[in-house]
Design a protein around this ligand. Sequence first.
Ligand code: ATP
Ligand code: MG
Length: 475
Amino acid sequence: MIARDIASQKHGGRVHTRFPPEPNGYLHIGHAKSICLNFSVAAENNGYCNLRFDDTNPAKESQEYVDAIKDNIRWLGFEWDGEVRYSSDYFEYLYNFAVQLIEKGLAYVDSLSAEQAREYRGTLIEPGLNSPDRSRSIDQSLDLFARMRAGEFEDGSYSLRAKIDMASPNINMRDPVLYRIRNIAHHQTGERWCIYPTYDYTHCISDAIENITHSLCTLEFEDHRPLYDWILHSLDLESLQSASVLGGEGFKYVLPEQTEFAKLKLNYTMMGKRNLKEMVDSGVVQGWDDPRMPTLAGMRRRGFTSAAIRNFCESVGVSRSESLVDMSMLEHAIRDDLDKNAPRAMCVLNPLRVVLENLDDDHIELLSLQNHPKEEDMGRRDVPFTRDIFIDRGDFEEEPPAGFKRLMLGGEVRLRGSYVIKCDEVIKNSEGEITELKCSVDKDTLGKKPEGRKVKGVIHWVSATAGIPVKVRLF
Ligand code: ATP
Ligand code: MG
């Protein structure tokens, strides 16, 4: 679509996208798909991508979320063009455009209560009913709308509605609300406003003001597209153009167009900021960046790299058909990236002490190990080898199953990057639990095969005396 639009010079050949989060929570892996799409489509076509906070619902939004979202986007590896933008930057324009709609007879101030409005709206199979206020005069609506702004009324006593069609099969077109009274402060505009525009009304006009060419969003907005177009086409083109950022001689002003794509859905994963917020608020998790959360902040703490997430989004692709992506794809992406880029170190999770009896008490030998099995460029590190070491309990079996290649009584194994050792004795406590293994080192096996026999198993280990205690979180 983008290639076609560039070829036909539809928007003067421009590509300008935006990522429009509502600052009502932290971003999750689903948002990463939208971020990658919007920013890469722009970058691949010498275009621009804005970051715009869709901040029309001050009751649910906060500066903390604004800051976290900016941080998440940068961490993912993207940078927006120009300043951060806010829909609230355009509140004055939005107000004036609403006045324009009233003047054209395309919007009216309604006094139905929320409950009444619901009754009048109709259902999917029944048309709605016109509100008695639909026939209110233009002058009356203008007067009431000005007084709504002036703070004369209680929340919910009036709203501004578009005058479209209460019998439309598309419920979004049944005189949707454009403005509500909400006597509440806003994280960006403070106490300046007590009426707030709705998402549908705000989004299309904000896109138009920012000269967005391709407004990419998820499929649940498909049924809102007629309203997106209705609002923009109901306003005077010149007035939209004069509010817009770009312009000047020879500039071809074109209205933005919305195109939908399928949301990312991952199996076993709950998304939706509303749900995630509930987990944070109820204390089920320790915060938005709890490593168990599917948020970008949580995944980052869990050890995901941004490259892995970008690669994952790319491999998932963009389409219009809803599908469930398997968790194994995400895991593959992170394994692939870590395998290539992560320096290695040895760590023992469930330690079993091994005493190497033919070494001196104070034996300490620095063994040089490659930081990455394949990438020599990643350098080497010195690993201290001592008389007391730890191996993982799972790497020793008293009664080994057939084919067991690790350590057993009387058997041999190689310590990774070090010598071959042999287990001579198993020490147990009074409960019969293994507390220690007594082993011996074949000193002629550093960097070479043992004489006359094959040792297949290689296990990891750390020095019990020179190793560093660590806290490991397993998920
Ligand atoms: P949530 O339901 O999780 O709160 P949202 O769509 O309400 O998501 P917004 O902040 O409004 O969150 O979304 C910003 C952008 O991210 C929108 O363009 C939206 O379409 C997109 N987006 C949200 N969830 C997904 C997802 N799962 N996959 C792809 N894009 C998504
Ligand atoms: Mg939302």
